[in-house]
Design a protein around this ligand. Structure first.
Ligand code: NAD
Length: 244
């Protein structure tokens, strides 16, 4: 099958809906074999079954090391290898500095940051062995802003994702494995249906919120050979919300 990801085996976490689903759709259109991992098995199945090239649904909580190991085993069991990992799974819970509970802090850090780490750790031996491949992590505008909408654990977790991206890019460069991240601004998904996000959206210089496909297009570029000389980079997809 022709395409920019022809026959590449790609694992997308949080692929059941929103940005992750758009990434799965675009990657499949570009010829990839897509493993759609999600904590919600029904969403994973719906997304995988609707792809241009039907994918492999995987029920997976990225915050569980045992669950990640099982999910990666399912991918290599079906496809025999891994070429691209997209660490897209994430959660945002509304909280503030003063009322954030320990449970809320832990779950947000566990899914967004530890989950990204665990999936990277599981992918490393597979990608090193092949001497090629790419990891795309999902950071956020919150990593630079501190969280416009006042979400301290989320901002801290996403800043951690950006730092992990740079550290892992350095570690894997000798193996020709590239590691980059995307920092979306306000994208129209279930995650951003809040009043705070409405206020933030009104400040976007380009005058509109982004669509999941805007992030998917960036992920496709980073995963493809077109980005062969690009690693350790965090790309803003935010309509100009932060320009630096
Ligand atoms: P979403 O809530 O629409 O979708 C997230 C998906 O991840 C869901 O399918 C959910 O079931 C899955 N998921 C949640 N916890 C999981 C877990 N523990 N293990 C596996 N899957 C899990 O969110 P979205 O807006 O599509 O966000 C996707 C990514 O982009 C997230 O990392 C988010 O933090 C990041 N992001 C989004 C925006 C935005 O404006 N939407 C902005 C910046 C960053």
């Amino acid at each position: 099958m022709a395409g920019r990801l022809a026959d590449k085996v790609c694992l997308v976490t949080g692929g059941g809906r929103g940005i992750g689903r758009a990434i799965c759709e675009l990657f499949a259109q570009e010829g990839a074999l897509v493993a759609v991992a999600d904590i919600d098995p029904a969403l994973a199945s719906q997304s995988a079954g609707a792809l241009a090239r039907p994918g492999l649904p995987i029920e997976l909580d990225v915050a569980s090391k045992a669950g990640v190991a099982e999910g990666f085993a399912a991918v290599t069991g079906s496809y025999g290898r891994l070429d691209v990992l997209v660490n897209n799974a994430g959660i945002l819970l509304s909280t503030t500095f003063e009322d954030c509970s320990e449970e809320t802090w832990d779950r947000i850090l566990d899914v967004n940051l530890k989950g990204t780490f665990l999936c990277c750790q599981a992918a490393i031996p597979l990608l090193k062995e092949r001497g090629s491949g790419a990891i795309v992590n999902m950071s956020s505008v919150a990593a630079k802003s501190g969280g416009f909408t006042g979400h301290p654990p989320y901002a801290a977790a996403k800043a951690g994702v950006s730092a992990l991206t740079i550290g892992l890019a350095q570690y894997l460069a000798p193996y020709k494995v590239r590691v980059n991240a995307i920092a979306p601004g306000v994208i129209a998904t279930a995650m951003t249906q809040t009043a705070n996000h409405g206020e933030l959206a009104a400040r976007i210089p380009l005058g509109e919120v982004g669509e999941p496909r805007d992030v998917a297009a960036c992920a496709l570029f980073l995963a493809s050979e077109e980005a062969r000389h690009l690693t350790g980079e965090i790309i803003d997809v935010n309509g100009g919300l932060i320009m630096d």
